[in-house]
Design a protein around this ligand. Structure first.
Ligand SMILES: C[S@@+](CC[C@H](N)C(=O)[O-])C[C@H]1O[C@@H](n2cnc3c(N)ncnc32)[C@H](O)[C@@H]1O
Length: 245
């Protein structure tokens, strides 16, 4: 059974507006440029495709894009924006679900591998990506670097957003690599809603090992989609592995 939290209808309905910053051209365009470049003549497969934030602009570049998505409500939101002919989506778990075709690019963005909360499932996800690649094809992930340098001894929580309308912090267990993002959102009537999402955090080196287990070869790693060099101060990474030709 998949360990992911399920993204329900309410989360799906509010996704595009609550993630508006991630749809901004200055955020999205470099990602689409990077992925279009690697896809070449495609086709591409997005794991955890969501509402199509990345897939829709990538398809608009003329690349055939398909997706796998666990949440039917998220897939429904995508379907309201793009037809099944334009972007076919298979509802299922990205660690195990198969779609037909051999892809030049499989990609998994915005920290979404962390939705799989066991090491076994994350290993299976890398294997599933490799299984869908044509020889010479690439697997790309975008993932944060666990902010362990922000945890002094005895501290288990770090804030990631403190504003008038939202208070967000992560708690992490450094032994089990389990984490939870806590969100306290203040509505206009002053009431406060609480929401939480769970994840398993992984270091880039663990990703490299999972890729190697899946028969993939490390190719490149950057801090972001603009190919900023990855350093010990980087808070996220875009990593590329290739299936040998
Ligand atoms: C942060 S959203 C990212 C969506 C989209 N890729 C984007 O960049 O906007 C994470 C997505 O992962 C999906 N997800 C979570 N666990 C999954 C799984 N095991 N298999 C496939 N999709 C999953 C969620 O339903 C959600 O749509």
């Amino acid at each position: 059974m998949v360990s992911s939290d399920y993204w329900d209808a309410e989360a799906a309905r509010g996704y595009d507006s609550s993630s508006a910053a991630m749809f901004a051209p200055e955020v999205l365009d470099p990602a689409v440029d990077f992925l279009a470049d690697l896809a070449g003549h495609g086709p591409a497969l997005e794991f955890a495709i969501g509402t199509g934030r990345v897939a829709i602009p990538l398809a608009a570049r003329g690349i055939r894009v398909a997706g796998i998505e666990l949440s039917q409500p998220m897939a429904d939101q995508l379907r309201a924006k793009a037809s099944a002919d334009d972007i076919p989506v298979t509802v299922g778990d990205m660690a195990t679900t198969k779609v037909s075709g051999a892809f030049s690019l499989v990609y998994l963005v915005w920290n979404s591998i962390g939705n799989l909360r066991t090491q076994d499932e994350q290993v299976a996800c890398f294997q599933n990506a490799a299984d869908h690649l044509a020889p010479g094809g690439r697997f790309v992930i975008e993932l944060w670097v666990p902010p362990l340098r922000r945890f002094p001894p005895g501290q288990t929580a770090v804030p990631f957003d403190v504003s008038d309308s939202h208070l967000g912090f992560d708690t992490m267990d450094l032994v089990t690599q389990q984490g939870t993002s806590h969100h306290y959102s203040r509505d206009s009537d002053g009431s406060v809603r609480y929401g939480a999402s769970n994840f398993r955090f992984i270091w880039p080196a663990e990703c490299d090992l999972m890729a190697r287990l899946a028969g993939l070869v490390f190719e490149e790693r950057y801090e972001d989609w603009k190919r900023t060099p990855f350093t010990s101060d980087s808070t996220s990474h875009v990593s590329v592995w290739r299936k040998p030709a």
